[in-house]
Design a binder for this molecule. Structure first.
Ligand SMILES: Cc1ncc(COP(=O)(O)O)c(C=O)c1O
Length: 390
C-alpha cells in the first residue's frame, strides 16, 4: 500500500471469484462452458485479474462489451477466447481477426459490408445474437436469421461459432416472460438447421443459470454471480449456493473533532448537531463514485455503524462517530467489520438501483487491491494505469 499516496482502496477478493466460478460450474453440468463476463473492467473489479482467476477456476471463454475491452485483455497477456457482446465496426474486423477476438453479429447489412473485407490468412469467429424479447440487439425473425446464416456460410474466413440470446426478466420470479424467450430461442434454433450444430449455444445470464441449470444449452454467460452478488433481491431465498461477495471499499479517517450542540457540517449546512458530537472526516467523495445521494447511509468504523452527516463533497464526507476515534481508523464503506456488514446490495437499496451499478460506479481514482489465497497479490492504481505491486 505504500506506493500510492491515498489511504482509500478497493479490495477484490479473487478467492471469492474463484469459488463462485467453481460453484457455477458444479451447478451446471461438466459439459457446459462458463463464459466469464468481464465487461466494464469486470464490473469495476479489475478486468485482467478477474479474467485470469475465472479461467483458473475453469471458465473457458471471456465476454466483454466492446472491442477496446477485449484489446485491453489481450494487451495484458490474456490468451483465452474473448467474445465481444456489443456491436463492433466493420472497419475493425481485421484487428479483431488478428487478435483472435470473437465478434457478435446480428445485421444483414453489417455482414454484407464485412464480406467485402479481405482478412488474408486470418479468420474470425462469430456468434449470432438473437433478439427473443430483450429488444436491444439481435436478429428477430426466422427469415432474417436464415439470411444471416447463409451469408456467413458464403464468406471465406468467417466461422459461425456460436448463437445466443439474452433474457430480460430471468431474475424475476414470475417466469412467464422468460419462458416466452426460451420458447422463441428454441424455435429459432430448431427452425434454422445450421444453428443446431454451432459449437456454443448460450442464453443463460447469472439468473437463468442459477434458476434453470438444465435448460441453458452448452454455455452460460455469468457476470454478477461470479462477483458474488445476487441477480436480484427476490432471488435471494432461492439461491442454490452461497455467493461470496468479492468487492469491498475502505478508507481511513483523516480528521476527528468534537462539535458543540447546534454546529453544522458540510455544504449547505444541511446537518446540525443535536448534542456534542464526534465528527470524523472521510477522504472519499462523489468523484470516487460515492454519490451525493448516499447522504444518511451508514459506513462502518470500529465495528459499528456510523451515518454520513451533511452533504457528500467531491473528495470528502463526514460521519457521526459513535465516540472519539483516532485519525487513521479504518472506515469501511462496503464490506465487513467484525460482525457488521454493508453489502453492495445495501448501497443499491439506498440508491434505489441494482447492485450491478455499485462496484461499477467506484471510479478509477480508487486503487484496486487484489487478494488471492487470502494474501495481497497485486495493487493496481488506475490513475497511473499500471500495477504498482505484483
Ligand atoms: C449479453 C449479456 N450476457 C451476459 C451478461 C451477464 O449478466 P449477469 O451479470 O446478470 O450474469 C450481460 C450483462 O449484462 C449481458 O449484457
Amino acid at each position: 500500500m505504500s506506493s500510492f499516496h491515498r489511504d482509500t482502496w478497493v479490495e477484490v477478493d479473487l478467492d471469492c471469484i474463484y469459488e463462485n466460478v467453481k460453484a457455477v460450474q458444479e451447478h451446471v453440468s461438466d459439459d457446459v462452458s462458463v463464459i466469464a463476463v468481464v465487461k466494464a473492467n469486470a464490473y469495476g473489479h479489475g478486468d485482467v485479474q478477474v479474467a485470469n482467476v475465472a479461467l483458473e477456476a475453469g471458465a473457458k471463454y471471456l465476454a466483454v462489451s466492446f472491442l477496446d475491452e477485449a484489446m485491453s485483455l489481450r494487451q495484458q497477456g490474456v490468451k483465452a477466447p474473448i467474445l465481444v457482446l456489443g456491436a463492433s465496426r466493420v472497419s475493425d474486423l481485421e484487428l479483431a481477426a488478428k487478435e483472435d477476438i470473437t465478434l457478435t453479429v446480428f445485421q444483414r447489412e453489417w455482414l454484407e459490408e464485412a464480406s467485402k473485407v479481405s482478412l488474408g490468412d486470418a479468420s474470425i469467429n462469430l456468434h449470432l445474437k438473437l433478439d427473443t424479447g430483450m429488444g436491444r440487439i439481435g436478429a428477430r425473425s426466422k427469415e432474417e436469421v436464415k439470411e444471416i446464416v447463409s451469408q456467413i456460410k458464403s464468406m471465406d474466413n468467417f466461422r459461425l461459432e456460436g448463437v445466443y440470446t439474452h433474457f430480460a426478466t430471468a431474475d424475476e420470479i414470475h417466469s412467464t416472460y422468460v419462458e416466452k424467450q426460451f420458447e422463441r430461442f428454441n424455435e429459432l434454433i430448431s427452425e434454422v438447421e445450421e444453428l443446431r450444430s454451432v459449437r456454443f449455444i448460450h442464453c443463460g445470464n447469472s439468473a437463468a443459470t442459477l434458476r434453470f441449470p438444465k435448460r441453458i444449452f452448452n454455455a452460460v454467460r455469468v457476470g454478477i454471480a461470479m462477483y458474488g452478488l445476487t441477480p436480484s433481491p427476490e432471488m435471494v431465498p432461492s439461491l442454490p449456493f452461497l455467493l461470496k461477495e468479492a468487492f469491498s471499499l475502505h478508507t481511513k479517517l483523516v480528521h476527528v473533532k468534537k462539535l458543540a450542540l447546534g454546529e453544522s457540517v458540510s455544504y449547505g449546512a444541511t446537518y446540525t448537531t443535536k448534542d456534542e458530537e464526534w465528527i470524523g472526516t472521510v477522504p472519499v467523495g462523489y468523484a470516487d463514485g460515492w454519490t451525493r445521494k448516499l447522504q444518511g447511509m451508514n459506513v462502518l468504523v470500529d465495528g459499528q455503524y456510523a451515518p454520513i452527516v451533511g452533504r457528500i463533497c467531491m473528495d470528502q464526507f463526514m460521519i457521526k462517530l459513535p465516540y472519539q476515534l483516532p485519525v487513521g481508523t479504518v472506515v469501511t464503506l462496503i464490506g465487513k467489520q467484525e460482525e457488521q456488514k454493508i453489502s453492495s446490495d445495501d448501497v443499491a437499496d439506498k440508491l434505489d438501483t441494482i447492485n450491478y451499478e455499485i462496484p461499477c460506479m467506484i471510479s478509477y481514482r480508487v486503487p484496486r487491491m487484489f487478494l488471492r489465497n487470502r494474501s495481497i497479490m497485486e495493487v493496481r492504481n488506475y490513475l497511473q494505469d499500471k500495477p504498482i505491486m505484483g
